[in-house]
Write a protein of this length. Structure first.
Length: 344
């Protein structure tokens, strides 16, 4: 497994501190009608639960930071009732239900029993992922974008697993990766790009985008990438279940052979893991070994913008990026990928 980048001029650009602290994942919780004593007790329990979760995840983060090649073989025990409860209250309350028809308010009505049941099924290996319900939303060009709506327990459990995995991968991901990461946003990516253009000698811009990235991710490669850090087969089994759960449309379930579940909470993290190995580490090494002039990199999800001092570097990088992408079942979008001459 490759180590992270050293501090350099690019680090000043790509790892530019964020301007915004970011909003908490959890939404404010509206108190229900209970006696004052019960309300105080529940508030105290939830606060103590958040503290326990925070301490546990911090221990994982510290190990990930200190041991860059460590494979975590015991992670499932971090999927506690406390973490599940915290993940539940971070869900959108008015979200459309999945194939199970369960809404947030339905689940909350008997929350502790539901959470304990989910916890038991997960730790016994009896949890089963449900297919996502297919829904289409209109795009600006008039076409329809397919969206998958997961069941409430799938969303809840995925959020908990993402919290644990983020504690590991936030210590691994490179500074120029901005998409779907804690305390990072599109604005931070644009700020980093603007700073890089101002401080470095950029005369050519490469805007690179993958064709149908989230639909074409190889499940085999994704699991192999995850295995660099995740040695707990129970966590990997959960991810395989979500990848294979498929979608329900017109009363027909179609299993997924490739791609990450559209609309699923776990998909952005899985996408970042995939591109960390396919693009980020490779691009970092390419800049060190092959770039003749200055080069900056900013990636947001599957969209990357790179700046080059020399056109020859841009052309060579694009050609080799295309070859590498195909080796991992990806394809650059021919219409959205282009090199542009850039002048101040």
């Amino acid at each position: 497994m490759m180590n992270g980048p050293k501090k350099s001029d690019l680090a000043i650009v790509a790892e530019k501190p964020t301007n915004k602290a970011g909003k908490p994942a959890a939404e404010p919780v509206e108190p229900r009608a209970r006696t004052e004593g019960n309300t105080h007790q529940q508030s105290t329990d939830r606060t103590q639960g958040r503290v326990r979760v925070s301490q546990a995840l911090e221990r994982v983060r510290q190990v990930a930071k200190a041991r860059k090649k460590e494979r975590f073989t015991a992670l499932l025990h971090h999927i506690s009732v406390d973490l599940l409860r915290q993940s539940f209250y971070a869900l959108k309350r008015n979200a459309a239900p999945g194939v199970d028809g369960v809404r947030w308010s339905d689940y909350e009505a008997n929350l502790e029993s539901n959470l304990q049941g989910l916890h038991d099924r997960v730790h016994r290996g009896a949890y089963r992922a449900l297919p996502s319900r297919r829904k289409y939303i209109p795009k600006p060009d008039g076409r329809q974008r397919p969206l998958g709506i997961a069941s409430l327990e799938d969303k809840l459990l995925q959020r908990a697993v993402v919290a644990v995995l983020n504690a590991i991968y936030e210590e691994d991901f490179l500074g120029f990766s901005y998409g779907f990461r804690p305390k990072r946003s599109q604005h931070d990516a644009l700020d980093a790009l603007a700073t890089g253009i101002q401080r470095r000698k950029v005369s050519w811009i490469l805007d690179a985008d993958y064709r149908s990235f989230f639909d074409t991710v190889s499940h085999e490669w994704l699991i192999r990438f995850l295995e660099h850090r995740i040695g707990d087969e129970r966590i990997l089994r959960l991810i395989r279940k979500w990848l294979k759960a498929g979608v329900l449309e017109a009363e027909v379930v179609t299993e997924s052979e490739a791609g990450t579940p559209q609309g699923a909470t776990v998909s952005p993290l899985l996408a970042n893991v995939y591109l960390h190995y396919v693009f980020d580490l490779w691009a970092q090494q390419w800049r060190k070994r092959h770039a003749r002039g200055d080069m900056i990199i900013v990636r947001y999800a599957d969209d990357s913008v790179l700046g080059f001092e020399y056109e020859a570097d841009a052309q060579r990088f694009l050609a080799e990026m295309g070859t590498r992408s195909k080796a991992f079942s990806l394809q650059l979008h021919p219409d959205k990928t282009r090199i542009i001459r850039f002048g101040r």
